[in-house]
Design a protein around this ligand. Structure first.
Ligand SMILES: Cc1cc2nc3c(=O)[nH]c(=O)nc-3n(C[C@H](O)[C@H](O)[C@H](O)COP(=O)(O)OP(=O)(O)OC[C@H]3O[C@@H](n4cnc5c(N)ncnc54)[C@H](O)[C@@H]3O)c2cc1C
Length: 488
């Protein structure tokens, strides 16, 4: 059958490969001038800046894609270990090196906050149970039937998976800094640690199971590796073409229309475009969800990202550094609240890939990006004004806390704001991670991988089950593969 994939994010690329492995003819249509979606690359002035994901967990999900065609990922893309996984710096000047196996983490917790050692072991046991139910058992099944959800409810209730992540962690961990350490992962998939369900604590176990890696040459080498794998197996990729509508005839999808007016016929359409946009604008009007219904959904937060090189190297800075501001809950409420404002004292994630792979910058220099969670476009913020304000705020904070003298050694800088996320990726509300990972938008209540509105239409990517983050979107592609195989 002819398959068209709308969008070439990791979810789209993986779904295309899975469809091809089932014997379908596959074409990917991407609106940007390069593949990868949020994982695209900016190459400038000798620097390589990965635009988005940099933390690779669950490496086996990538290995599976090469294995579909009898190949080995390691023959094409090397995964380099990163130590520590993250360095978390607190406003009081202390820091915590997160990562490693259970024993290493136990020792780190014991030396940071001796009273929390036993609690940490209890927390780890509970996150292991959540991982077994939430990831191994449920994350790997499509959730388009309510019965699947109902079957899962007793186990999830027993494990306290519906509680807020922060409450779940606080039961065992008493030190406030450590509570932040064990809940901030939520921010990396767009969630509010106080409002997202504890189910997502399984991420801690996911990291421990597969380790944390960086692709040699940057995340772009994974994107390029998957594109090359597709090319070797006759997957077509057209960049620079935006799909303006999904065609449906007598209840079944028949292809897509491009903005240029061109029709691309297909028997199966897999949409990696933002799921709320698929349901709100790409489907024919009678099949769309109402704007009111889509408005009731909660979008994930926005992101402000500054990409920059420096004329010197900052050797002491770890590959992944998180700099927390003084406030935690207050900052989160500032970003996620209905009256969201630009944060005065933001928390930052600083990426220094040249700590692991110096080839990503000219000799003696560093490549960086810094990311600050900010309100999405539902907040009345004019990013043409707020962008430069945020840039100066972030640079000042970095200069004071991590990169002394930064102001005078920045070269080659550019930014992405929520307005760019809306414009470039057609992300509803300029959200960084599609719809937010809250209970009423998880599992059965998230966008389904098989679309009820039209036969032959499937959805993959951050807005769909199981959710955002690279492991999430690769899993959604695996689920689409399962559904396609069942339908064959
Ligand atoms: C700055 C940043 C850092 C991150 N860091 C991490 C990390 O370290 N680890 C991690 O696991 N996750 C991370 N994430 C999250 C992760 O990157 C995303 O959840 C994931 O990559 C999204 O993949 P996706 O398949 O949903 O597609 P996307 O990457 O969102 O791609 C969708 C593609 O569809 C295209 N498209 C949309 N509409 C159309 C249309 N109508 N026609 C044609 N094309 C269209 C878009 O242009 C885009 O290329 C990060 C995200 C960001 C933004």
């Amino acid at each position: 059958m002819r398959v068209v994939v709308i969008g070439s994010g990791f979810g789209g690329l993986a779904a295309a490969l899975r469809a091809r492995a089932l014997g379908h003819g596959v074409t990917i249509l991407e609106r940007l001038d390069q593949p990868g979606g949020r994982a695209r690359v900016f190459r400038r002035d000798g620097f390589v800046f990965d635009a988005g994901p940099t933390v690779i967990t669950a490496p086996d999900l990538f290995d599976e894609l090469w294995a579909l065609f009898g190949e080995r990922r390691a023959d094409h893309v090397a995964f380099l270990p990163v130590t520590p996984w993250y360095r978390i710096g607190f406003a009081d000047g202390n820091s915590f090196d997160y990562g490693g196996d259970l024993e290493e983490m136990r020792a780190k917790v014991a030396s940071f906050s001796p009273g929390d050692e036993a609690g940490f072991l209890r927390l780890s046991a509970r996150t292991r149970d959540l991982y077994a139910v939430g990831y191994l058992a449920l994350g790997t099944v499509p959730f388009h039937r309510l019965s699947t959800m109902l079957r899962a409810v007793p186990a999830l209730l027993r494990l306290g998976a519906w509680r807020s992540l922060y409450r779940f962690v606080s039961r065992d961990i008493k030190n406030e800094s450590l509570r932040r350490v064990f809940t901030l992962q939520m921010l990396l998939i767009g969630g509010h640690p106080f409002r997202s369900p504890a189910l997502y604590a399984l991420i801690q176990q996911l990291e421990r199971e597969g380790g944390l890696w960086f692709a040699a040459g940057g995340t772009v080498s994974l994107v390029e590796g998957l594109v090359a794998l597709g090319r070797r197996h006759d997957i077509g990729l057209r960049t620079g073409c935006t799909v303006s509508g999904i065609l449906v005839e007598r209840g079944r999808t028949s292809g897509v229309r491009l903005e240029s007016g061109e029709i691309v016929p297909a028997d199966i359409v897999i949409a990696n475009a933002d799921a709320p946009m698929v349901h709100g604008t790409l489907l024919p009007p009678p099949l769309r969800r109402s704007a009111a219904r889509l408005d009731r959904q909660q979008a994930s937060m926005g992101l402000f990202v500054l990409y920059f090189g420096t004329t010197r190297r900052y050797e002491s800075i770890a590959h992944h550094t998180i700099l927390l501001g003084r406030q935690y809950r207050a900052l989160l409420d500032e970003i996620f609240g209905s009256d969201a404002v630009l944060p005065e004292d933001p928390s930052l994630y600083l990426h220094r890939p040249t700590a692991t792979d110096p080839s990503l910058a000219p000799p003696g220099q560093d490549a960086f990006y810094v990311l600050a969670p900010v309100p999405n476009l539902r907040a009345p913020i004019d990013w043409s004004v707020a962008g430069p304000v945020m840039r100066d705020r972030v640079v000042a904070m970095l200069s004071a806390r991590a990169l002394p003298g930064l102001e005078s050694c920045i070269v080659s800088e550019s930014t992405l704001t929520p307005a760019d996320f809306a414009h470039d990726y057609l992300s509803r509300d300029g959200a960084g991670f599609s719809i937010a990972p809250i209970l009423r938008q998880s599992a059965f209540f998230r966008f389904h991988n098989r679309c009820k509105a039209a036969d032959g239409l499937y959805l993959v990517g951050a807005g769909t089950h199981p959710g955002a983050g690279v492991p999430g979107v690769l899993t959604s592609a695996k689920l689409v593969g399962t559904l396609l195989a069942e339908a064959a």
